[in-house]
Design a protein around this ligand. Structure first.
Ligand code: TXA
Ligand code: MG
Length: 444
């Protein structure tokens, strides 16, 4: 394609957009700005290109991607049905930072949706994103353009720092004006539900369609599919302070402070990032990821983040901070005995998964084993790996494993079989192991 991988080009030049669109059409990867964060884009209907995105990010394949479109005409080809609420939400908030989860058509590759029957669709408002999608003439699947689990990028340099030559081209459109990802909603269930709080405020949504479920309002709730407990995470451990402005780090610790507003008490910190001098949550959101990256680059011992009220944008801001603060759990190997089990904990909900102990390799192991019937508590299972946990419907999980039909049928039957492969005693034992694991005390 005539340019070195990882090249940054100014998005202000029309020839950059043309080149980027050519790369997308040819199955390549282009990082581009949206109003929320930078995305790592590819042709959404080209499974090989989509596989490249997962590869570049080292993203586990159970975490589905958002498909970006430039106009509503593109929806027909991707989704089979839209509810009245979907239409109303699109009228009100598209283009903009709202992602809608909709029933997918078969043409959307399973890889994009991680085998789910739904696809997440968003129409970004950023002019560069719009121009790129239009010029490419295809829907663009794009996760945030960062290595999996790390802080999302809000400028071209962040993308280069994290992905470098794993991306064919980076379109530089300056800093993202909103700074926190889109709000993800589903109206597929009985009541509209926010699956991920984001830049679009819950109050704005509720003003249009009435009350919506937002289980993430409290920290004690299970996660949406593909939502990982540890995410947006700095390498330096981060703790959220109980209150603002009254904390001093322990003597001898090289600590960084992420302050919501100024003035702050300077005492004892090696570095301080003030997110918004006046405590304006829009500014906080805009600067959040860049400030986390900056502090993370200073090789400090620990970062402390001031909390903000979980109102308005504060909901998304605290969600990101909490995920960043979720400690790395013990590694997979420490948690597993060779033949038996792994029991995980959804946030606030004890759920279990027992397998026959076979896991695929790689950093983010995926369960390939048999799921015992008694493990699917309340229809959800949890995977725990390196401190990440994800809960999802056991049936959905099975469908994601890409197995031949007979094997799916065999496992489903085993699941529903009344004869448990593992006794309740075994479950109880591992459940105990996990509750100590969450405090970092697992030794066997
Ligand atoms: O603002 C944003 O949404 C950015 C920009 C680039 O558009 N994108 C973004 O993508 O944040 P990503 O991949 O980092 O997060 C997408 C999340 C997934 O983790 C998953 O939880 C959720 O979207 N998701 C995707 N498809 C879904 C589906 N069918 N059902 C439920 N959740 C889904
Ligand atoms: Mg992301």
């Amino acid at each position: 394609m005539g340019i070195a991988k990882g090249t940054i080009l100014s998005a202000a030049r029309p020839e950059s957009i043309r080149l980027a669109a050519e790369i997308i059409r040819a199955g390549g990867l282009v990082a581009f700005p949206t109003e929320t964060v930078y995305g790592l884009g590819c042709d959404a209907l080209n499974p090989e290109a989509v596989a490249r995105v997962f590869e570049a990010k080292q993203r586990p394949r159970f975490d589905p991607l958002i498909v970006h479109i430039a106009d509503r005409a593109a929806l027909d080809a991707l989704v089979s049905h839209m509810s009245l609420s979907d239409h109303i939400l699109m009228d009100a908030f598209w283009p903009g930072p709202l992602t809608l989860v909709l029933p997918k058509r078969p043409v959307v590759p399973d890889l994009v949706t991680a085998g789910l029957p739904t696809v997440a669709v968003r129409m970004p408002a950023h002019p560069v994103a719009q121009a790129l999608i239009r010029e490419a003439g295809v829907a663009i699947a794009a996760p945030s353009a960062n290595p999996f689990g790390y802080v999302s990028p809000t400028c071209a340099q962040h993308v280069l720092d994290g992905l470098g030559d794993r991306v064919d081209l980076i379109l530089d459109g300056g800093s993202c004006p909103l700074g926190v990802e889109s709000t993800i909603m589903s109206t597929v269930g009985a009541m509209p539900e926010v699956l991920r709080p984001g830049s679009l405020l819950l109050s704005d949504i509720e003003a249009i369609i009435g009350p919506v479920i937002c289980r993430l309002r409290s920290e004690q709730t299970p996660l949406a599919p593909g939502q990982l407990a540890r995410h947006y995470a700095t390498r330096t451990p981060l703790a959220i302070l109980p209150t603002r402005g009254v904390h001093r780090p322990p003597v001898g610790e090289r600590a960084g402070l992420l302050a919501m507003s100024s003035p702050v008490e300077l005492g004892g910190y090696a570095a301080i990032e003030v997110l918004s001098p006046s405590g304006n949550l829009r500014e906080v959101a805009q600067h959040l990821f860049a400030a986390l990256r900056l502090l993370d680059g200073l090789s400090l011992d620990r970062l402390y983040a001031e909390p903000c009220d979980e109102q308005g944008l504060g909901l998304a801001i605290m969600d990101r901070l909490r995920r960043c603060a979720t400690p790395r759990g013990p590694g997979m190997r420490e948690m597993l005995s060779p033949t038996a089990a792994l029991v995980g904990q959804g946030l606030g909900e004890s759920v279990g998964l027992i397998t026959d102990g076979r896991f695929s390799g790689g950093t983010y192991g995926m369960v390939v084993g048999h799921v015992a019937p008694e493990a699917a508590v309340g229809g959800t299972i949890a995977l725990v790996d390196e401190g990440d946990s994800v809960t999802m419907d056991a049936e959905q999980r099975l469908l994601q494993l890409n197995l031949p039909d007979e094997e799916i049928a065999r496992r489903r039957a085993a699941w529903q079989s009344p004869a448990p492969r593992y006794t309740r005693g075994v479950l109880a034992k591992y459940a105990k192991q996990v509750s100590s694991a969450s405090t970092g005390a697992v030794t066997d």
